[in-house]
Structure formats: C-alpha cells, structure tokens
Design a protein around this ligand. Structure first.
Ligand code: P6P
Length: 342
C-alpha cells in the first residue's frame, strides 16, 4: 500500500508530534500548488506558457511567463487557508500580507516559484523552492501587522523546507526537521506517493557542480579546490572527478540528495559588491536545511548558511553545499586564505 503525502503528514502529526495541524495543512496546500504548476510546466509549447513575459522582477531579471504563472498559483493557493500571516517571493518586491478578508495564521511562506527559468524554453528540469518560518512574537492577544522584518530570521529558524522538481518525474522533497523524505507525483491518481525516506548524502564524492565559465573571476580558495579536482588521480586528491552544471539549482541539489556531490555558486569578481548570485531566504536557506537534514553541509565558504542573520529580504549569498567532507574542505580553504591575507 503506497503512502500518500496526506497520510504521511497526518502520521507525522499524530505519532511524532512533529507537525502542528496548521503546518500540515500549509504543506499540503503548497504540494497541491506544485501539482498545479506542474500541469502548466508540462504543457510547454502546447499551453502558451513559454517565453518571456516582457517584465522584470525585483532582481532586475526578465521574467518568463511561467515565473509569473507559478507565482500566482502559489499566492492564490495559500491566501485563504488561515495558516499564513504573509508570503514572500523572488518575483515580488515586497511581502504579500494575507488580505483582511481571510483569517490570519502564524506561519510565513517564502518561495522561489520557478527556479532555473533559463531552462524553461529548452525543456530542462526546473523547480519550485519553498521555506516556512513562524511569525515572531506570535501573541494571539497582540494583533500586529506583519512586516518584512518578521521574515528576517536565520535559516536555522525554519520549521519546514522543500522543493518540487519538474523533471522526467515530478518529485517533492521535504523536511520538517526529522530528515528528508521524497514523494513522486502519480499523475493517474493525482496524488503524491512516498518514494524515499531518510535521504542520506554520502560524505565523500567525485562529482562537483560549478559554472566553469566563471573560473577567471573566482577567489583563490575556489580556484584551489577546483584545480585539485581537475588534477584527478595524479593530483593531491588522488582520484578523478566528474563535473555537472545544470544551471537549475533545484536539479543540481536533487542530484546531490540522490547520489552526493558538491554544488558551488561562490562570490566572484564580476560584481564584487554582491556576496553571490543566489538568494539567502528562499534558495540557500531551504536548500541548506534539506542538505543538512540529509547529512550534508551548507556554508557560504566561511560560515554555516543557516546561521547567517539576514538584513534584507532579497539578499544574496555565496553557496557551497553537499557532501560534508567536500564542503568542509572548501570552507577550510577559505578560512586558511583569510588567515594568510590578514
Ligand atoms: P548561471 C537559476 O537562474 C539560478 O538562480 C540557479 O537555479 C542556478 O544554479 C544558477 O542561477 C545558474 O546561474 O550563472 O550558471 O546561469
């Protein structure tokens, strides 16, 4: 008998006390929204969903039609349920408070509605990334309007995180702090079925993911690490490495959760004032927690990503995540370089 997402979450709520009812309802709503997004993604050229929307988001990036569709699906699905105080999205400049006509909840939902948009029109895997926080000072007697400041919590405060990858299979990866589980969408039944529990990332790997075209812009520690990988068996690592770069964080992270590896999007000299390309609140934090819950590690090259105290909703961060021993090596190279540069 296959276990559906609903049954799994109810059992987590009932037997482990790990899951408040309101959070369970929120996660089911997000999963249903991802099912809805998958329908649009899978239509492709048949559904008038490809190409640019000819608008820009807060990041200054041209939005694809599917970016906007996915954002609207998540907003519409999560506005009325009574479990949220507000939402934040890569595609929206400011937070989206729950309209007064709906009941207010205690949770904050953050998402990148469609990560990897450059892959949409060429039929390469893309995904939705989401993170759940609790609204701070949630005193039922004190009704304060939710603010952007309420979202600025370190990733260690997340109560749930996950992603949905729209690939050959449509798969949902989820953690509520008790390891990582995966569900695969059964399209015939229209339900998510549990397909993997206790996901574990091997501590070692022979596979690294980074955009090699940026090599000349990298800082020394990253160059040192990648050079050693490229030296292969003859070099200090004593083994050959393989390289992957899908340019879709969800797809690269999913591969790492399934078979190990290290993913790097480090700071580089192209835009030295930016700490990195990826966003902390709705990319690095949820992915960092999933990776840690699966036995891996996630740093910005110097410190644990989940310990970073956010100052802005859309702030960027350098990301090194995946197989624990490799992440620790890259992080050690950064700290060694800092010591010698003092
Ligand atoms: P580049 C997608 O736009 C994204 O935010 C991540 O999903 C992905 O890992 C990265 O950017 C790809 O960036 O510079 O290689 O195109």
């Amino acid at each position: 008998m296959s276990i559906t997402l609903t049954r799994y979450l109810i059992e987590q709520q009932r037997t482990q006390g790990a899951l408040p009812a309101e959070l369970r309802l929120l996660l089911e709503t997000v999963a249903r929204a991802c099912q809805h997004i998958a329908i649009s993604v899978n239509k492709g050229a048949l559904g008038e969903v490809l190409g640019s929307a000819d608008t820009e988001n807060v990041q200054g990036e041209v939005q694809k039609k599917l970016d906007i569709i996915a954002n609207e699906v998540l907003i519409d699905a999560n506005e009325w349920g009574g479990h949220l105080a507000a939402m934040a999205s890569e595609e929206m400049d400011t937070i989206h408070p729950i309209p007064h006509r709906y009941p207010q909840g205690e949770y904050l939902l953050l998402f990148d509605p469609l990560d990897g948009s450059s892959n949409i029109d060429v039929n390469v895997s893309i995904g939705t990334i989401f993170s759940v926080l609790k609204k701070p000072n949630d005193d039922p007697n004190v009704i304060e309007p939710v603010s952007e400041q309420d979202f600025l919590q370190p990733g260690a405060q997340q109560v749930a995180a996950g992603y949905c990858i729209y690939g050959p299979q449509t798969t949902l990866a989820l953690t509520v702090g008790r390891g990582v589980v995966m569900f695969t969408l059964d399209r015939e039944q229209g339900v998510w079925l549990l397909t993997q529990e206790n996901v574990q990332i091997p501590a070692d790997t022979k596979e690294f993911a980074i955009n090699m075209s940026n090599m000349r812009h990298w800082d020394t520690p990253v160059k040192r690490y990648v050079d050693e990988c490229l030296q292969g068996k003859e070099g200090v690592r004593g083994k050959d490495f393989n390289m992957r770069w899908i340019a879709s964080m969800v797809a690269d992270v999913h591969r790492i959760l399934m078979r190990g590896g290290i993913f790097m999007y480090p700071w580089d000299k192209r835009e030295p004032h930016k700490p990195g390309k990826l966003r902390l609140m709705y990319e690095a934090n949820p992915m960092g927690w999933l990776v840690e819950q699966a036995g891996g590690a996630a740093t910005n090259g110097r410190q644990r990503i989940l310990d970073i105290a956010p100052t802005e909703l859309h702030q960027r961060v350098s990301v090194v995540l995946g197989s624990k021993n490799e992440v620790e090596r890259v992080t050690a190279y950064h700290l060694e370089a800092d010591k010698t540069s003092v």
